[in-house]
Design a protein around this ligand. Structure first.
Ligand SMILES: [Zn+2]
Length: 471
């Protein structure tokens, strides 16, 4: 199967990501992604076939084709999983899975894979996708990946028995039905989540989303993301009711002065959006974010806490400041307008006056970042080479969503007295390391924690500061 599942716009998003990573032009990057891989697994090995299926789904969002059947002539790399013999004479990348972990690359033993929880097959597939890109692009990538890449499952801090256990999330909200929100439910379908989840997103699926929003296909373009995600995923969640809400979290009608937002999963697409969400006074937050293809961040906090909130973790930084100014300058609007995140009617008029071939009526309500990315993809804003916002490859967003789902599982199964942390940085190109989990303190200049009024409201809603942290 070729990546005909991808639209021209989605291919451009991938090309823009690779162009930024390799420091090459958009056209060359687009061509560099036009390669085929073959994935060969022993059909009687359930772990190997699950990894093969997930890996193919991830790679098809990025490269021209990932072939599970007979490899075609154009294959440049054959990925061999478990005890599978090569079908081609091309370069190969072998994956071996034992009960303790996976080895991707190098020369692992050729043997049958161990039986592991299904969600870990997806985790291995995410790393295998990174290793595939690493094998193809090698030192052209701006960072060195681990080879072989050894993923030790104990680094996740999850007891093996917990994978099967029910996870009651009560009534929770998911903010954002984009790349990470998609990845979260794509992973969580392999766990026994129960309760109800409201999916909040006011945006529609666009053709430039298909490179990374793993549940969506061409059939979903133009339809509301929240509706489509709930509808596509519901069948995989017999005990979790998914309710689409075509609204942003901050616009929900049930918002009240009481503790209405007890548990929240955060999968929005910007630092500013996370700070805005913090002002809704969430009780417990599970958050995942990506920094292009370099890094995934997992954050958790539960009120009352003396430690970092979302706004502490995602403080306004220089990069955000610079980007907002560039977007404002190039679209011909003010920085304050850009900070509203969505294009208003009056801003749409100004943008249409500045940029040829854009109609004001078609711009109203679109996110500035989305429009800006489209313009970068079309080469309209060439002067911003290197500074543009780029969307990560599918496997990076899905890795973020998978680690988010695993974090929910881990916290539900965590024993008392376990090491406390609220922040975990994970690289898609290196094994996940438990020791990189840290406890980040409150930031003295945090726009939420440092605000007396917000703090007083927060204390009223969730209780005052604890003498000792609960978790
Ligand atoms: Zn804070």
């Amino acid at each position: 199967m070729s990546t005909d599942t991808l639209t021209t716009e989605a291919k451009r998003e991938n090309a823009a990501m690779l162009a930024a990573a390799l420091g090459i032009g958009l056209e060359a990057a687009g061509e560099a992604l036009q390669f085929d891989v073959a994935i060969t697994a022993d059909p009687t090995d359930a772990t190997a076939t699950a990894i093969a299926t997930d890996l193919a789904s991830l790679l098809r969002r990025t490269i021209r084709s990932a072939n599970l059947g007979e490899p075609g002539e154009a294959v440049v790399l054959e990925i061999l999983i478990g005890d599978a013999g090569a079908k081609t004479d091309r370069r190969s990348l072998r994956i071996q899975v034992g009960s303790e972990g996976a080895v991707i690359g190098g020369e692992p033993a050729r043997e049958r894979c161990a039986g592991i929880p299904r969600v870990l097959c997806l985790l291995v597939a995410c790393y295998a996708a990174a290793a595939t890109m690493q094998t193809v692009f090698q030192d052209r990538l701006p960072f060195e990946g681990s080879s072989p890449l050894r993923v030790s499952f104990d680094q996740l801090g999850i007891e093996p028995t917990v994978f099967e256990a029910p996870v009651d999330i009560g009534h929770a909200y998911l903010a954002g039905a984009g790349a990470i929100g998609n990845g979260f439910l794509w992973a969580a379908r392999h766990l026994d989540f129960r309760g109800s989840l409201d999916i909040d997103d006011d945006d529609d699926v666009s053709s430039g989303n298909l490179n990374r929003q793993i549940w969506f296909t061409k059939d979903d373009i133009g339809l509301p993301k929240a509706d489509r995600l709930a509808s596509l995923a519901q069948g995989s969640f017999p005990r979790l009711k998914l309710t689409p809400r075509k609204l942003r979290l901050q616009d929900l009608p049930e918002k009240s002065n009481g503790p209405w937002l007890e548990r929240l999963f955060v999968a929005v697409d910007s630092r500013r959006a996370r700070r805005i969400i913090q002002r809704e006074f969430p009780g417990e937050v599970f958050d995942a974010s990506t920094t292009d293809i370099r890094e995934v961040v997992i954050h958790h906090h539960k009120q009352p806490t003396l430690q970092a909130c979302l706004s502490c973790i995602y403080e306004a930084d220089q990069e955000e400041f610079t980007r907002e100014h560039h977007i404002a300058e190039h679209l011909g609007v003010s920085v304050d307008e850009v900070r509203l995140e969505r294009i208003s009617g009056s801003a749409a008029e100004k943008i249409a006056a500045r940029i040829p071939n854009l109609k004001a009526s078609a711009l109203v309500g679109i996110a500035y970042d989305t429009l800006f990315k489209q313009l970068c993809g079309e080469g309209t804003l060439q002067s911003l080479e290197g500074r543009r916002i780029v969307a990560p490859f599918a496997f990076v967003s899905v890795l973020a969503g998978t680690l988010l789902a695993l974090e929910v599982l881990r916290r539900r199964g965590a024993k008392r007295g376990e090491a406390r942390f609220n922040y975990w940085r994970v690289s898609p190109w290196h094994p996940p390391l438990g020791r990189r989990r840290v406890l980040r303190p409150r930031q003295p200049r945090c726009e939420f924690c440092g605000n007396r009024v917000f703090k007083a409201v927060n204390d009223t809603l969730w209780g005052g500061e604890p003498e000792r942290e609960r978790e």
